[in-house]
Structure formats: C-alpha cells, structure tokens
Design a protein around this ligand. Structure first.
Ligand SMILES: Cc1cc2nc3c(=O)[nH]c(=O)nc-3n(C[C@H](O)[C@H](O)[C@H](O)COP(=O)(O)OP(=O)(O)OC[C@H]3O[C@@H](n4cnc5c(N)ncnc54)[C@H](O)[C@@H]3O)c2cc1C
Length: 448
C-alpha cells in the first residue's frame, strides 16, 4: 500500500514542480514530497521541449527588459548553469552563438544605445557589424549572396549556455532529488480534481485516491487558477491562454537569432533557433494566438478555460483596452492569420525574412504538434493583463498556486527558492540557505 501522507504535495510535474522538488529535497529538512501529475510522464505540456522556445533567458538578448530586470533575470538564469555543475549527466543545457539582430537605422541606433547601457552587466556581449555577423550567421547577413541592402548590427556572444531542453531538465531534477535520501514519490496519471482543507494541511483528490500533505504547492500551469478558485482564492484573476506556434526550415542558423522587441507588444519578438530535438532543423517563431482552452493538443479543456476566464465587464474592459491600440490589434489579427493554411506561410515568411532575407514560403513547414500555451493572467482589480509570472500565496494558509508564462522555465529555480522559503517558514522546517546561496547563486542572494 502506497504512503498517502506527505510533508509537501506538488500538483504538476512540469519544470516548476520538479525544480521545487529538487530544492526541497537537497536544501531543506522536508522529509517527504509527492508530485501528482495529470498525465503519464513528467513535463508533458508546456515544459516539454516541443512546447517552448528552449531558450535560457538571461536578459542579454531580450530587448523588452530594463537593465534592472535583465540583471535579475541573469542571476536567476545562472542558477541552471550552477545546477548543471552539480550533476554528472547533462542532457539539458547547451551552448550556441546567440545575438539580438537590429535591422535598419532606427533599430541599429537603439541597439547601440542599449549595448552601451548593458555592457557593464553583460561584459561577454559584443557589438557586431555586418561583416562579423556574416562570420557567425552567413544566412542572416547576406541576400542573394551579397551583403543585405539595409544596415544591420547585432549584439551577441558565442560561448554562453543559452539553450535548454526543459523536459530533460525536469527529469534530471527528479533523478537528483531521489539521491538526497528523502521520500520522493511521483504519482503519474493522477489528475487532482479537488483540494479539500483538512485539520493539518490539505487533501488532494484524484482517481487514484486521496493524498494528504501539510503543505500543497499547485504548479499546474494554466490549471492552477481553477484549483485556487475552488478554494475561494484568486477570484479577482482570470486566465488568458496565449498559444505559440512555430515553423521549421532546414538547418540554416548556427545559433539563436532574436529580433528587437516592439515595446507595445507584450509577447516576445520573432526569433530563429536550432531545434534541440530535431537535428538539422531551425525553428522560427513563436507566434501568439489567443486560444479558448487551457491545453494545446490534448483535446478538451474548453470548459475549464471559460471557468478560469470568468468573463465579466472587467475582463471585457481589459480586452477592449488592448484592442484599442492599433499596433496590438494588428498583431493579434496577423497572428490569427498565421494559423490559416496556405495564407500562413505567405504572411509568416515576410516577418521571418527580417532574420533570413533569402527565405521563401516554400522553405517553411508549419511545426504540427509544437508550441504550448502561456497562461497570461488578467488582474481584474487592477484591470490589466499581467505580463510576468503570477502566484497566489494566501495569508498564512499552507498552500501556494503558481501560474508561469514565459520565461517561467528559465526562472524555475528562483521560483522554487521563493516557494521553499515560504514552505519552511510556515511549517517551521530548517532551510540550509547558506549552501543554497553558495551553490546556486554564486554567494549572492536573490532579491525576491
Ligand atoms: C510558445 C512558448 C515558448 C516558450 N518559450 C520559453 C523559453 O524559451 N524559455 C522559458 O524560460 N520559458 C518559455 N516558455 C514558458 C515555459 O514553457 C513555461 O513557463 C514553463 O514550461 C511552465 O512550467 P510549469 O511547470 O509551470 O507548467 P507546465 O509545464 O504546463 O506543467 C504543469 C503540469 O501540471 C499538470 N497538471 C495540470 N492540471 C493538473 C491537475 N489538476 N492535477 C495534476 N496535474 C495537473 C500538467 O499536466 C502539467 O504537466 C514558453 C512557453 C510557450 C508557450
């Protein structure tokens, strides 16, 4: 008979839940942890390598970050590099050249300014002219075999970790957690349908029976809000699922090529990346498409979407404010068209030619089955669409709910640190923060 009583239950076996399992097992005196995962494997949804862009977001090629945000993101992202040093097998973290590409006078001017501002925090980044870009990424710098007619410039580097297979990393976290002499149980095919408050903690009900814990962390992606709402938490929040699709081309880029972000558009600008699971293919994307479901390719979850959206005047107002802006409106409309067969390639290639000028629509293949969902949160009290991660941490109750859109996979160990601190504080369990800070944060604590 399986043990059903734990110190901590984590709902969701994606990168967020598995990172927390690792941190609790290695750095705290939490003795028993159970992951309850809806599907038959770890990382089946957004943390799977096919669902996301596989990028370690360090703040150096993301032009939508301020210097302060970029520096914080870099410190958190570096935790994955430090984690890699602790394990024998690395099948998750990879080095490639990477760059932000500026095209045209205006973007080049912005990039030069940004480079000067960010240089001290990111000393390994270089400023590249067209000739240097041609050495690293010939297909980006040339059009019909000649230098591109418009001015181009890039800020990049060639020897940094920048690509992650987050699915493999999730499995690595669990393998590592199991080496720490704790009771770690992973219960697959165990969808939690209800969470019930009990005298000491919570009971999680699944088709496999009930599991009890003193503390529960819900890291169920887009589903977390629905479970929070059942317990009366997060009723002022809604979920807006933003799917992202990709296109494949035969291997063309040697590394990651990001484009400059339009400040008005809330989702990452188009980029090209070597695919970690499809050798000899370059992936272009992602697009951004609103979808009335919480999971991309599993069928169903439409009803769950409506329950999490909780459509009312406030939600309509947030949509209305978004659609009032012509840049956002055109972007949303264009992204719908990226899903229409035949037309999609003809339109998408125009955007992608910014990265690879010689690309034609015939080179593109829609990456079927690729691309997950970013659970963007609408705050109905503030009447805004939140762009980053969102957590619900009820006052004093032993439960946390996490919703983690991009770059939630990169920040998994930072989020785990934040949650582990709360768990240990509320359960009065020791947390070896000194080792954590020395081993994963190079001796400098995170500002969270
Ligand atoms: C197109 C796209 C590109 C992205 N690119 C990047 C990137 O390059 N870099 C980056 O850092 N981030 C990126 N992200 C974001 C990143 O993928 C997510 O932040 C991250 O995977 C979230 O991990 P998670 O564990 O919180 O959620 P998930 O991976 O979604 O895991 C949640 C788990 O909970 C399970 N679950 C749900 N409901 C229940 C239930 N009731 N009971 C039990 N289990 C349940 C699900 O089956 C799932 O396994 C991207 C996302 C998208 C969509």
């Amino acid at each position: 008979m399986q043990n059903r009583d734990f110190d901590v239950i984590i709902i969701g076996g994606g990168i967020t839940g598995t990172a927390l399992t690792y941190v609790l097992s290695k750095y705290t005196d939490v003795e028993s942890i159970c992951i309850l995962e809806k599907y038959g494997s770890l990382a089946p949804l957004n943390s799977n390598a096919t669902s996301n862009s596989q990028t370690l977001h360090c703040g150096d090629i993301e032009t939508n970050y301020t210097l302060a945000k970029a520096s914080q993101v870099k410190h958190t992202a570096n935790m994955l590099v430090n984690y890699k040093k602790q394990v024998e097998k690395n099948d998750f973290l990879y080095k490639y050249p990477k760059m932000i590409l500026a095209v045209g006078d205006d973007e080049c001017e912005r990039l030069e300014k940004r480079y000067a501002e960010f240089n001290e925090a990111f000393p390994y980044m270089e400023l590249w002219d067209a000739e240097k870009i041609a050495e690293i990424e010939p297909k980006v710098a040339l059009k019909n075999g000649k230098p591109r007619p418009e001015k181009i410039m890039a800020s990049g580097c060639t020897d940094e970790y920048c690509a992650v297979n987050f699915g493999n990393l999730s499995r690595s976290f669990i393998d590592s957690a199991r080496k720490n002499n704790k009771n770690i149980q992973v219960s697959l095919s165990s969808e939690v349908t209800h969470i019930v408050k009990i005298e000491e903690g919570y009971e999680c009900q699944t088709a496999q029976g009930s599991f009890r814990a003193k503390f529960v962390v819900v890291s169920a992606g887009a589903h977390s809000l629905l479970l929070a709402n059942q317990l009366g938490h997060g009723l002022d929040l809604s979920i807006l699922p933003m799917a992202g699709s990709f296109y494949f081309i035969p291997s063309t880029l040697n590394g990651k090529v990001y484009t400059m972000q339009n400040d008005k558009l809330p989702f990452a600008a188009l980029h090209g990346d070597p695919d970690l699971t499809e050798a000899n293919k370059t992936r272009l994307g992602p697009t951004a498409l609103m979808m009335p479901k919480l999971e991309r390719y599993t069928g169903g979850t439409y009803l769950d979407f409506w329950k999490s959206l909780k459509l009312d005047k406030k939600v309509v107002k947030v949509f209305w404010d978004l659609m009032k802006d012509s840049t956002i409106r055109n972007y949303i409309f264009r992204n719908f068209l990226f899903e229409v067969p035949w037309l999609n390639k003809k339109l998408f290639v125009k955007d992608a030619q910014k990265i690879i000028p010689d690309l034609t629509a015939n080179d593109l293949t829609y990456a079927k089955g690729y691309g997950g969902i970013r659970p963007q949160v609408i705050d109905k009290t503030e009447m805004v669409l939140k762009l980053g991660e969102a957590s619900i941490v009820p006052n004093k109750d032993p439960i946390i709910f996490n919703m983690t859109p991009s770059p939630g996979a990169t920040t998994c160990l930072g989020n785990a640190y934040r949650d582990a601190k709360i768990i240990c504080e509320r359960l009065d369990i020791p947390f070896n923060r000194e080792d954590f800070i020395n081993e994963l944060l190079d001796g400098k604590d995170l500002d969270i």
